[in-house]
Write a protein that binds this ligand. Sequence first.
Ligand SMILES: [Zn+2]
Length: 464
Amino acid sequence: MIIITYRRHVRFALVLTFLATLVQAATSPSTASWRVGTGREIITPPAGVWMTGYAARTHPADGTAQELWVKALAFADPGGKRGVLITLDLCGITREITARVCAQLEKKHQLPRAAVMINVSHTHCSPWLEGSIIGLRILPADGLAKANAYRRDLEQKIVRAADYALSHLVPATIAWGEDSASFGVNRRENPEKEMPARRAAGTLSGPSDPRVPVLAVHNASGALTALLVSYACHNTTLSFYQWHGDYAGCAQAELEKRHPGATVLFALGCGADINPNPRGTVELAEQHGLALADAADRALGRPMTQIQGKFSAAAEEITLTYARRPSNEQILEAQQKEQPNREMHQAWAAAMNDQIKTHGEIPLTHAYPIQAWRLGNLAWAALGGEVVVDYALRLRAENQGPLWVFGYSNDVMAYIPSERVLAEGRYEGDTSMIPYGRPGPWSAGLEEKIVKKSHELLDRTQTR
Ligand SMILES: [Zn+2]
């Protein structure tokens, strides 16, 4: 009896040792030897700053319902090659801001441009930024001065958050998984009023991307220290006059509550033609945030794929072209015609006249940023602008191996329609160029250019 008990104990102990070895193999930094650091700062603007997102804003924000954040996730692969992902609870970002931030990080940390990725959540309850979407710059001179001061302060905070993350790299394991959420609905194919009934009947139409990619970072003690969650859906549950991160802010806050000590980041996918549904209240933003947090936790609860191997990055700007210049009559009409959102049309006309004054004629080319990262066998593509869902679906289908596609990265200069959406026109394919202060719709052929360069950059990261 004693012998049997003893043997049972030994067997039990052996099983325990075996299990412990397995757990260690899964989490030990010595087997992975990646290092990760995080940084964060509150970027909620001071009083008097104007909001963005909607053309009908008539006064500055009048309070804070939820803090806005910049968060940074920096890492170094086993060979010491580093990258930093920066996420922002902002509606947009400009090429100029990104360039200045990257220049500072290059100077201080010798990080090449391709190793810095900036993604915004596109919350519309965030500040209008100097140099961004021109048609929403309907604010008085003191509003403009405050916006410019905010922009300068913001750049310092972005650099500080990234700097802190890069200066505090500690051994970690990185793993990824995926789940799904269904509150994002194709807004071009389903009238908003009909969405609930269509959802109930299972008759929602148009493409969407329900995937919720999740990247989890554990430290040497096995504690969750960072979590990156992505989803492809406009972050526009809310349209009031309070600063708020919308559903993406709620998901981050909820997951940070559930996982104390973890920095939770949100990166927006290709959700330009996808809207949350239903929407309109803080409760609904919280409801969608919970749905996203639940999806992330489901992914965390299942075995995840550990990232091993190297980090590599590639980035380039390609030239996109606009289909046509507006005529003088069109510019004059935008200045004078009584129409809804008249100030927005006037701002567009002023932007066109400025360009004529500066360049002699309105330039028809635009530098468009594309970035590719590879973390071990997981590939990321980050595209500028408000990218429609077709790009993520196509790039994933054409890519060999797992690929996450982010939109709203490095520069949000306009909508980026697919060839299908461009041909169909309407807001995402055509008329959104007015608030964005662009001369007209993109020329046909942009999808092929963007997809081709994305594949090229992804291939390049494979051979580095
Ligand atoms: Zn948008």
